[in-house]
Design a protein. Structure first.
Length: 550
């Protein structure tokens, strides 16, 4: 949201705080940003965030004592991810007509003092101009994965993140939105989504309980969307976490991940949404979160719908702002409805020796298709307690590369693929699949789940393969440990695709330049076999920047 003069709905105190003389440091001009629960005063070097005296059910700032307490919580919690931004809690003192930050006299209110950053540095602003892309998403996925790994899990004695708590938070969206809706279509859509939410929750109840029991309910950020991420010194910095409601912060990590993915997709960047999801899941190994991911995608879209609806109903808003907020509400409502009616999931496997481009070229495919990718090189090492770039010190056919270890790796990939397909998500299994039995096992999974099945047949001349494998080993930046000896074994032992398999195959010639829209024909083929719409690269939706509301 852009800074603007003090709004008509703000109390007189804030008109007074626009005076540069109110601050204990040089100020040329004061601007204000308003959200549905706070006012933020921008002074150039510093920003001061003051909480509105509101009670919206999920947040209560109605007393000075509560606002003081939650200012302290905001400082403490946001220093986890943005220690350089959050400085201290300060008092606003004096007379309402002539207040002073940190001055003398009676306490009028409290504020969180922050270092100000340019509004243009927000990820929500940068993404529209291409300034928040793949590199930033990869850095953010790594940061969020590390943050979640270090966040404390909810203890068994606390009632945070239980299946009942998850459902209660989801139901609050409908309880708070339905009284404010004005059209038959809005009511019908919300009622449909409430029925879907209750049905999906009932079907996944055991999964929610298992997630909590296994430590995936943690003290998260709670409000991780692009409007709450800024770029500082070339790196993404999340800020403005939820401090006012424990239940909205102690959540399943997959709920947090879903929030950012949903926000990216709403802004027309499905590619970045799925890049983020896959990077996070591949880093953490949290494939067990995929069965609850769709529930959280719908829930998060409805959270944003609610925030914009509540804000649009506040009095004395400018007409243009009210229209923008109402449009955003409807966009999020449509996105939630789309998540609740998933496309038919497909199973895609790769086929090709080391160096044939499987990992490089399936990256744009999973982003365009909206699919979960399973990498055998990564999962093999994870099964043996190794990181992706850790060396197993195994030779060909030994250590983690024995025939038994390879068979177990494919069984693991099959189980993960089955879970993701059950949850309604397409899967791209990135492995060599040089043996007919390995391919047959995955075809059987697809047939059992009535999922379209496709084999990506990666082809490149032996000389190209040898050069690529040698270069990759020299770089030491990939999970694969295959050297030239392994490649020669693969070329000698691979079982070619049968005529029946060729009918389900899609040839990928990986020895030339990569065309931007190389996967368009394949996705169209999947769309036809699935009998439902599948996104095509380049055909992204365009949504306005909904701004920073919470």
């Amino acid at each position: 949201m852009r800074a603007r003069p003090v709004p008509p709905a703000a109390p007189p105190l804030f008109a007074a705080l626009l005076d540069p003389a109110c601050y204990p440091h040089p100020v040329a001009r004061v601007r204000m940003i308003e959200t549905h629960i706070s006012w933020v005063l921008l002074t150039g070097e510093f920003a001061y965030k003051i909480k509105k005296p509101v009670n919206l059910g999920f947040v209560d700032f109605t007393t000075l004592g509560l606002r003081h307490y939650y200012c302290g919580e905001e400082l403490r919690l946001n220093r986890r991810l943005a220690p350089g931004l959050y400085l201290e809690v300060v008092s606003v003192r004096g007379d309402p007509g002539a207040p002073r930050i940190g001055g003398d006299g009676p306490v009028l209110d409290y504020a969180v003092k922050m270092r100000e950053f340019p509004q243009e540095a927000l990820a929500s602003r940068r993404i529209a101009g291409g300034g928040f892309g793949a590199a930033e998403i990869d850095a953010l996925a790594a940061l969020v994965a590390e943050f979640h790994a270090g966040a404390p899990p909810a203890g068994p004695a606390r009632h945070l993140g239980t299946p009942d708590a998850v459902l209660s938070a989801a139901q609050q969206n409908f309880e708070q939105m339905l009284p404010l809706t004005r059209t038959v279509t809005e009511v019908r859509t919300l009622r449909m989504l409430r029925q879907w939410t209750e049905r999906e929750h009932g079907g996944r109840r055991n999964a929610f309980e298992r997630r909590r029991r296994e430590g995936f309910v943690r003290e998260c950020h709670g409000d991780l969307h692009l409007g709450n991420i800024t770029m500082i010194d070339g790196r993404p910095v999340p800020f403005d976490c939820i401090e006012f409601n424990d239940a909205l912060r102690w959540i399943d990590v997959m709920s947090e991940v879903a929030f950012l993915a949903m926000d990216l997709e709403d802004r027309g960047r499905r590619d970045l949404a799925w890049r983020f999801l896959n990077r996070y899941i591949e880093t953490t190994g949290d494939y067990a979160g995929i069965p609850v991911l769709r529930f959280y995608l719908v829930y998060r879209a409805l959270v944003r719908a609610k925030v914009h609806l509540l804000r649009s109903r506040q009095p004395r808003l400018p007409r243009g702002e009210k229209t923008r907020l109402s449009r955003a509400f409807h966009d999020y409502l449509r996105l939630a409805a789309r998540y609740a009616k998933p496309e038919r999931a497909a199973l895609v496997i790769t086929h090709g020796p080391s160096g044939s481009g499987k990992t490089t070229l399936t990256q744009p495919l999973v982003e365009a298709l909206g699919a979960v990718r399973l990498r055998s090189d990564v999962e093999r090492k994870r099964m043996h307690g190794l990181g992706p770039l850790s060396s197993s010190r195994s030779g060909p056919g030994t250590g983690i590369y024995t025939a038994a270890a390879t068979a177990e790796t494919y069984r693991r990939l099959g189980a993960l693929a089955q879970d993701a397909l059950h949850a309604g998500f397409s899967v791209v299994a990135d492995a060599a699949f040089l043996g007919r039995g390995e391919r047959d096992a995955f075809r059987a999974i697809a047939e059992a789940l009535d999922a379209p099945f496709l084999i990506l047949d990666f082809r490149a001349p032996p000389g190209v393969l040898r050069a690529r494998v040698a270069e990759r080993l020299a770089r030491a930046d990939d999970a694969s440990e295959a050297g030239l000896a392994v490649l020669e074994q693969q070329l000698a032992a691979r079982e070619p695709l049968t005529p029946a398999e060729m009918a389900a195959a899609y040839a990928v010639h990986a020895n030339g330049p990569v065309a931007h829209d190389m996967w368009r024909p394949l996705i169209e083929r999947l769309r036809q076999s699935a009998g439902s719409k599948v996104a095509v690269p380049g055909a992204r939706a365009t949504h306005p920047d909904h701004g920073k509301i919470a």
